[in-house]
Design a protein around this ligand. Structure first.
Ligand code: CA
Length: 255
């Protein structure tokens, strides 16, 4: 399989800085989006630290097998790629904890993170917080991560509709994040990819503003992936651009 990618990140129309970060390392098969939180630009530090730590660990473990001394126990029920992502997220959390311990200004910072790691045999995803990964397959858009957010818990329990969740004053409350402290509970899953699939990794500045059917329309349009990402950002800004917006798109093709 051949994977191509594009990305767009924009501060939106109401915020002066962009606290989202992303990384694309097609040589490693790694793609990450992170959405930082915290005052005094600390959110930007948190998301950048997370992305950098995940990238560094994934690069370090490229081409090695499970015999390597892992900093965390190896889970034999998961693929090598899923184990690498799990460890990378936990290490990222520790880096954030170290940074907070070293600076008063960074206290309270945290970040979401959603990542895809495409390996030679398996592909995996990892996810903490309310950034999302969607897969578009044969014109059907499916959200393949579950938000760790208060409103999403309400939607899942049937107490709130998805459109009410987008308007709710507590829509930004995340129930899990990389925030230093204890090793985080990371959702990891194996990911099956087929030629023709598109994946979108995005922050809530996109999915919290643009409804899923509209995201499906824009991701399904023919044309270059960069145009897709730019259209997603433009759509979020047309809806007011209340938050930072990041969209990273992957296209899977047969070799
Ligand atoms: Ca956000």
């Amino acid at each position: 399989m051949r994977v191509s990618w594009a990305a767009a990140s924009h501060p939106g129309l109401r915020r002066s800085s962009n606290e989202d970060s992303y990384c694309a390392r097609p040589d490693l098969g790694l793609f990450v989006v992170a959405d930082g939180m915290g005052g005094h630009a600390a959110g930007e530090v948190a998301s950048r630290l997370a992305v950098t730590a995940i990238e560094a660990f994934t690069a370090e473990t490229a081409g090695v097998d499970r015999q390597r001394t892992w900093p965390f126990p190896y889970d034999p029920t998961l693929s090598l790629e899923a184990n690498r992502l799990m460890s990378a997220f936990r290490l990222a959390n520790r880096r954030i904890g170290d940074a907070i311990a070293g600076s008063q200004d960074l206290r309270g910072m945290a970040t979401t993170s959603s990542a895809v790691l495409i390996g030679p045999r398996h592909s995996s995803l990892a996810h903490v917080g309310d950034s999302r990964i969607y897969r578009l397959r044969r014109a059907q858009l499916q959200q393949i991560t579950q938000d760790h957010s208060w409103v999403e818990e309400q939607v899942r329990s049937g107490a709130m509709t998805a459109s009410a969740a987008r308007q709710h004053p507590w829509r930004n409350i995340v129930t899990r994040a990389l925030a230093g402290g204890e090793d985080p509970d990371v959702d990891v899953a194996e990911l099956t990819l087929e030629p023709g699939d598109r994946l979108i990794l995005c922050s809530d500045g996109l999915h919290g503003v643009v409804p899923d059917p509209r995201i499906a329309d824009l991701v399904g349009q023919t044309g270059p992936l960069q145009a897709v990402c730019d259209a997603l950002v433009a759509e979020a800004n047309a809806a007011g651009g209340p938050d930072n917006i990041t969209a990273l798109a992957l296209q899977v093709d047969a070799d």
